[in-house]
Design a protein around this ligand. Structure first.
Ligand code: GLN
Length: 537
């Protein structure tokens, strides 16, 4: 088994996760089995308890693990199946070490970062290899070299390499080469210093992936090679992509990165066949159609809060040969200025998942506007709860209808706490999480789009449609087209005789890939394009 360790230097947000995922894409297309994992230096056990301001999206896996959004990149760029073992945080490592200490596993010893914490991390690297039976394990170390929190992970991979044997481990360092406008030059000094920090710990990178706005010339490559002690051919340029993140694997292939990795790790494979991937890029760059989608949320200033939603919308576009312009709409803006004004001109409206009261009234107004004006509406998790609250208030005339999450004393709790949540007090990892089966109503829009009547989708919620109101909704025309197999939980609602009005309690966005666009997103974009309200404004 071969290991690639991906570290980052100079600054964060370099797209290390994308680089790791893209290497996965290339190696898979060379016929290798890969798996990817992320090490996160923070002390939270998982990111489930962090706000999008702190962390961006929480990505949910089939097994219910709440993980870093980089795992979303890994799943979208490869066919690897990830589990909770693919995301390790310092919090988990320390929890394990402390449990062992209490059990007496270290009896008589002083428990220390080296070797006890680093051993625990190394165990994890070995375990993931055994569990996945991959040819190559790609491990991304979160944060930036030099961070105090990240040190045990970097030390652990150094120790791991020591025992793994020559040719089995490759260190790949993603770094930043800033362009100084006034000097008209790319600068290598921060990278030299970053690599020096890595070498201080005892790691010399085998490959340097250089994130830059402008191309690296020969001279710069030579300089980086010399000062960073990396072979000239192992200085790889990763220039900002023009259109889409899905171009990254192709760019790295042009730079010869996958060839280089295979040579260094003695992996004998044919070149990567990227024809399918190229076709996706063509549709992304030069689509036949275009549509504008408004995503109504409350973290709209953040790039990463709804990462998987944006990606899935783009995949839905690829399936329809349709370029999607995604506009992030602030829900509170709708509260201030009215839905008609703010949402005018969008081909479709999407309300994603969320927690907390802020912006809910704006989202309810968005759902009402979409329903009443035949504009395609797609609700995800909270977006489904919003759709039912809106329907209750404006179609059933249930004044003050709400979710008990936002109004504990509402006279009409159409969204209520799940039964299984009644006695839950801990916040971490206690929602209804992960993949759950769902039965679809024959001939419903959902069943048509999926082309199946039994599906599995990922969940992350505490609240749920209140069955006491089911008949009232049904007699007013709302269709419950997806339910848990025992019929106890509503999973999908639809408004029939509408261009597209569908909302799910689950998160379909977590299962969409550029080469396997999710059927609901496909259907939503197709409807948005067909409606093309842009023409009417
Ligand atoms: N806050 C809602 C709930 O807990 C919705 C969650 C979500 O959108 N992920 O049920």
């Amino acid at each position: 088994m071969k290991h690639i360790f991906v570290t980052g230097g100079v600054v964060s947000s370099l797209g290390k996760g994308l680089t790791a995922a893209s290497i996965g894409t290339l190696l898979e297309r060379r016929g290798l089995k890969v798996t990817l994992q992320k090490f996160d230096p923070y002390l939270n056990v998982d990111p489930g308890t962090m706000s999008p301001f702190q962390h961006g999206e929480v990505y949910v896996l089939d097994d219910g693990a709440e993980t870093d959004l980089d795992l979303g990149h890994y799943e979208r760029f490869t066919s690897t199946k990830l589990t909770r073992f693919n995301n390790l945080t310092s919090g988990q490592v320390y929890q394990r070490v402390l449990d062992k200490e209490r059990r007496g596993d270290y009896l008589g010893k002083t428990v220390q970062v080296i070797p006890h914490v680093t051993d625990e991390i190394q165990n994890r690297i070995r375990e993931i290899g055994e569990k996945s039976d991959a040819d190559v394990v790609i491990t991304e170390i979160g944060g930036t070299i030099g961070d105090i929190e990240g040190l045990p992970f970097v030390e652990a991979i150094r120790e791991f390499a020591l025992n793994a044997g020559q040719g089995n481990v490759l260190f790949l360092h993603v770094t930043f080469i800033p362009y100084i406008k006034a000097a008209g030059e790319l600068k290598t000094k921060p990278t030299q210093q970053g690599v020096a920090k890595l070498r201080e710990i005892g790691i010399t990178p085998d490959v340097l992936v250089c994130r830059c706005e402008k191309p690296l010339n020969k001279e710069l490559r030579q300089k980086l090679s010399l000062f960073c002690n990396v072979q000239y051919e192992a200085v790889i340029e990763e220039i900002d992509v023009e259109h889409s993140i899905y171009e990254v694997p192709l760019m790295l292939q042009r730079e010869g990165l996958d060839d280089l990795i295979c040579r260094k790790l003695a992996l004998d494979t044919p070149p990567a066949d990227m024809s399918e991937w190229r076709e996706i890029i063509r549709k992304l760059i030069a689509p036949r159609h275009r549509v504008r989608i408004g995503v109504v949320g409350k973290y709209v200033e953040l790039q990463d809060a709804y990462k998987s939603v944006y990606e899935a919308v783009i995949h839905g576009g690829v399936a329809n040969d349709c370029g999607v312009e995604i506009e992030r709409v602030e829900a509170e803006d709708i509260e201030k200025n009215g839905a008609a004004k703010v949402l005018k001109g969008y081909g479709g409206i999407l309300v994603p998942g969320g927690f907390g009261e802020r912006g809910t009234e704006g989202k309810i107004l968005a759902a009402q506007y979409a329903r009443e004006n035949n504009v395609p509406y797609f609700g995800l998790c909270l977006g489904m709860q919003i759709a039912t609250i809106e329907f209750a208030r404006n179609v059933l005339n249930l004044e003050g209808a709400h979710s008990v999450e936002f109004d504990a004393d509402t006279p009409h709790p159409v969204i209520a706490l799940l039964d299984e949540q009644q006695n839950v007090t801990d916040k971490g990892g206690t929602m209804r999480l992960g993949s759950q089966p769902c039965k679809l109503t024959p001939d419903s829009l959902a069943a048509k789009l999926y082309g199946s009547e039994e599906i599995h989708e990922r969940h992350r919620h505490r609240y749920e449609f209140n069955n006491a109101y089911r008949e009232q909704f049904e007699s007013a025309g709302l269709v419950f087209s997806g339910q848990s197999p025992d019929g106890g939980l509503v999973e999908i609602v639809e408004v029939p005789d509408h261009s597209f009005y569908l909302a799910s309690q689950f998160h379909p966005e977590f299962k969409s890939k550029p080469n396997e666009p999710h059927p609901l997103f496909q259907g939503f974009i197709a409807a948005a394009h067909a409606c093309d309200h842009n023409k009417n404004v």
